[in-house]
Design a protein around this ligand. Structure first.
Ligand code: PHE
Length: 336
């Protein structure tokens, strides 16, 4: 039993063979057990001797099986470590990573600037009621200025908003002035029935802004636009206001900033003026306040509407607005 057992244990190559051997040698029906059972047939004097011999052999076999098992486990572990070895110096597979669209990046920057000045950021419906897009913005039916904004109509009363200004009315209606002033920006997409060309897109972006409180002046408007311009483009950029007309502001202005291309010296981009027009603004018309249920004798303020598409074109020297909407990754991935 001993020689055979020890030899077979040493020769075992896997755990299963070892288990079988253990059962055959040490199990209930194994050789050792059988031998121990046979003791009763021996003469009384020999029983203790043979019994202790068999017990010793059982212990030896059990020990040998245990150490063989440890040896096999270690070998298996070594093999596994070898097979699964990772060379950490190999270059990894690169995972393609997206990034926000360049226009969204500019909008995020604008939002952050105004959040820093205590504004809330609201978003509103792109499919808008005509009442908000026009009537509440002091553009009654048949008002000639409706033609300024060629409109996609969905039904007689529902349209694709032509500007983000309806958010002025929505914010004014909602705001509780007993809790403090209204300061809000609202970015989003707007639509106009324009024929697409390098400077026109039937879909583009605006960020509306409005501040309403007691004692707000046009100087506050100019200062606010200056802060935005300096933070977006740098301190050397100046802001200039020119008189203009919008039905929902009185007085109305258009704001120019220092030309990016020539730094204010005058070039083809700014038609020699040194200035680039970037936004419309003004003091909110009393009719707009009244229609939204705000007392225009007590409250007043300014509003503005900026075009992030135009900012992006100026900042990055893009000369065709349509590039922003064509989803050509060769163009868009430049702005990572
Ligand atoms: N809504 C105007 C436009 O689309 C911009 C504007 C906003 C003008 C707010 C004045 C005040 O051109």
């Amino acid at each position: 039993i001993k020689t055979n057992g020890l030899q077979s244990i040493k020769a075992a190559q896997d755990g299963k063979t070892l288990n079988d051997l253990k059962v055959n040698l040490l199990g209930k029906k194994g050789s050792i057990t059988k031998a121990l059972h046979g003791i009763s047939e021996l003469p009384v004097e020999e029983r203790p001797k043979i019994g202790s011999l068999a017990n010793k052999l059982r212990d030896e076999l059990a020990k040998t099986i245990d150490s063989k098992r440890a040896e096999l486990d270690q070998a298996a572990l070594n093999q596994k470590l070898k097979d699964e070895k990772i060379d950490v110096t190999l270059p990894g597979d690169s995972v393609p990573k997206g990034h926000p669209h360049v226009i969204q990046q500019i909008i995020d920057e604008i939002d952050d600037i105004f959040i820093g000045m205590g504004y809330q950021v609201l978003s509103g419906p792109e499919v808008e009621e005509e009442v908000y897009n026009f009537e509440m913005m002091n553009l009654p039916k048949n008002h000639p200025a409706r033609d300024m904004q060629d409109t996609f109509y969905i039904t007689k009363d529902i349209l694709m908003r032509t500007h983000t200004s309806p958010m002025q009315a929505r914010a004014l209606q909602k705001h509780d002035f007993t809790k403090g002033p209204l300061k809000m920006v609202s970015p989003g997409v707007v639509y106009r029935r324009d024929t697409d060309d390098p400077t026109h897109s039937h879909q583009f972006h605006q960020v509306e802004g409005i501040v309403i409180d007691k004692h707000i002046t046009m100087a506050d408007l100019k200062g606010t636009l200056e802060v935005m311009t300096h933070k977006l483009f740098g301190d050397k950029f100046q802001v200039r206001l020119r008189p203009s007309y919008f039905p929902f502001t009185e007085p109305s202005v258009e704001a120019d900033i220092t030309c990016f291309n020539c730094n204010g010296k005058g070039c083809d981009v700014c038609k020699g003026t040194g200035w680039i027009e970037v936004l419309g603004a003004g003091m909110v018309h009393p009719n707009v306040l009244k229609m939204a249920g705000v007392d225009s004798n007590v409250y007043g303020g300014f509003a503005f509407g900026v075009g992030p598409d135009r900012f992006a074109m100026l900042k990055y020297g893009v000369d065709d607005i349509r590039d922003f909407y064509l989803n050509d990754l060769r163009f868009l991935s430049q702005f990572d």
